[in-house]
Design a protein around this ligand. Sequence first.
Ligand code: ADP
Ligand code: MG
Length: 689
Amino acid sequence: MKPAMRPERLNPLFAETGSLKGVGPQLARPLEKLGLTRVKDLAYHLPDRFVQRRAVENLDAASVGENILVALTPVEYRSSAGRGPFRIMAADAIGNVVALTYFGRNGGWARKQLPLGERRWIAGRLDQYGQMLQIVHPDHVSEEGGAALGQLCEPIYPLSEGLTQGRVAALVQQALSALIDLPEWIEPGLLGRMGWPDWKQALTLAHRDEHREARERLAYDELLANSLALMMVRNANRARTGLALQGDGRLRAKLALPFGLTGAQKRAIAEIEGDLAQAAPMLRLLQGDVGSGKTVVALEAMLIAVEAGAQAALLAPTEILARQHHETLQRMAAGTGVEIALLTGRDKGRARESILMGLLDGSIDMVVGTHAIFQDAVAYKNLAMVVIDEQHRFGVGQRLLLTQKGRRTPHCLAMTATPIPRTLTLAQYGEMDVSRLDEMPPGRQPIDTRVIAVERIADVVGALSRHLGGGEQAYWVCPMVRESESDDLAAAEARFAELKARFGDAVELVHGQLKPEAKDAAMERFVRGEAKLLVATTVIEVGVDVPAATLMIIEQADRFGLAQLHQLRGRVGRGSGKSVCLLLRGDALSETARERLALMRETQDGFRLAEEDLRLRGGGELLGTRQSGDTPFRIASLEQIQRLLPLAHDDARLLIERDGGLTGERGEAARLLLYLFERDWGVQLLRGG
Ligand code: ADP
Ligand code: MG
């Protein structure tokens, strides 16, 4: 697909960070790790929090534990023997003495900054060490008070290895000075009512202090962009025509399922059948917890398409899942005579050619695969139905666009195991129709979940040993909250080495930084049962099905969110046997972490856990923490999403109803917004994408 042209006036914002002063290749990498590749990314790199300091005339006016700014004069250097810290004793205006304490090899540098007898402005946290007042590693040392006053409220930015606060702050300032004036896209009445600043001002203010209105406005912008784009997808979809698919039931009747469908499954299938019978393309989300039986619903839906003489495709996020789905579908549909092919990026040469032929001449009824099934070279005779599995792993909009190729728009069923709360459903999927599988197939045994202190890890390894000895498989999950965190990776590798030393070749390791082939190979050994223990970071979250794996151990479980723990735990308990999940916890647990782990023990209802997760994380956020993974937002916090999304949604709807082509003054402004938040796939649809 050709990218629509970005309006030229936005170019300064989309200039690479390399164009900024002082950014060489060395800085480019850590910036990239934070997703900061363009000027606008830096402008939107909002502080996690601010350090508030109080300027005091002398230490009598300050209290221990306080962040202060004070003028001090160094009076004595004290090196300690061995590996002790280096201290500079410094006096305030009335003779109180405080130790400026430096650990490590900072002595030389500290001396240079703090010559004896010369007054300096020191910013830092006042602590008490025994009888002595001290400031450990002052945050700033300035020669004159004027500069120091700028440090009274200091933004603290998210960093990656190789970056410092000072560096990031300076780059952000450069980015802010490159901001241009943009026309307003927020409805003027709303803007006035909320007391929000304009866009440029909001960005500037949000970096300066805890400016609630500024921060809100930026969050709202992001929510509005998302709502607009999703609504445009939805409208474009409604405006298209698909093929009304009326199945006669002859293939579905030949399905030999070893079980009866649950009520929820039957309901979902009926809803899908109703959609398919219309010419307007279906856009439906099938939401169902891990193990709730989405695959068979997908199969029935696809069979309806085939009964109606059309083709159906199932898109999986990974090769492994594609293969697993292919096997499952073939097994379930064995009696129907339906031809089901598997197509992944790995297929080359003759095999690939023959699949392509089959799709073109219609001898293949169904295809399962990765995004390879939508490449330009792949042409279908009559593709009328697309199922997208584990949708949350993709950008929703892009995926939907992919399905829009061809003369007719296929019906689309998106499936997700993430039981997100209703507000977030709206954020992720806009106004898609939703079917929920809120009933588990019968006979599932609850997963025995226990919380164990990490000190008892030897016992845990013992239990694991007995488990593996009994011929069963297990997962060992190490936290890797961000895939870029090198400490986490090192910890996972160390754990793997330890377990491998004990259990030998039966242990495999997978993490996000492995090459896809290596990851697939390791996973496959586990799926086939050759590997008995899979040590993994959160990459196993996505739908792998290994019924023989009945034990899961999650290290540092307190670091995971509830929803994520739930997703992970869903990997076990997939067979008929009893499954166990051991949550290892550290000893300094926050109240929230404690509550989270207790809830995990208490319930297995994904929807309930999702709502609780939102509640636990939504409260008490001062500035709002950047979201990763489970929401499509970088700026808006969970609390802001809940509060502002309905507004943004209504606003987007009004705008589109009045000016669907986004050609009026506000419409043009809204287009800029879509580019800013990289929802320009919405704009592409306007051009008939
Ligand atoms: P998910 O929703 O996680 O994709 P699957 O479709 O993989 O779940 O189903 C999980 C397991 O449950 C599979 O082994 C499947 O065969 C089985 N299953 C699905 N529906 C039923 C049912 N109605 N009764 C019993 N077992 C079922
Ligand atoms: Mg599945």
